[in-house]
Design a binder for this molecule. Sequence first.
Ligand code: GAR
Length: 193
Amino acid sequence: PLKLGIMASGNGSNFDVVAQAIQDGQLNAQIQVLIYNNPSAKAAVRAANRGVEAVLLNHRNYKIREELDEKIVQTLQHYDVEWVILAGWMRLLTSVFIDAFPDKIINIHPSLLPSFKGIHAVEQALASGVKITGCTAHIACLEMDSGPILMQAAVPVLPDDTAETLHARIQIQEHRILPLAIALAASSSKSFF
Ligand code: GAR
């Protein structure tokens, strides 16, 4: 089984679908640890419900990003993690982290990259007037929301959409492609570089 470390800042629905895909036998993996940075992240509750160990690394306790990333790397190594899944991780990454897991960090993002990078992707898509947006699973590199694309899914923007309704429609697709993208990356990561 793939040894996964999952990182989440908030709700954790993507954490949950990965855990469910493993439970259902659709993804041959195990979740070694959940790392979360926000004390009130619902992801931590979801981890507890599934018997997954969760470690809080609160970014407010670290003066610089590199210090937090050092701690993240130590924690992931401690839990013997091979593949890191950024499942709604809302912090910028430094080379301290990226270089410790080369080509082994997968990010899920709520837009068709390279459009709408950053933490307000859904709002940006709405504001831009595009009629189709979606989600992207990709290998993370130092540049935010960049790196080789593993899978994408397209989602229509409907006339009455708010950020909430559009995000909900995008998340249905995130939940479908994230477990598939993990399996794809693990089976053929070399071909992406
Ligand atoms: C997801 O939609 C993910 O794509 C997005 O945060 C959400 C987390 O949802 N990530 C980003 O915007 C990263 N820039 P979840 O906590 O329910 O999995």
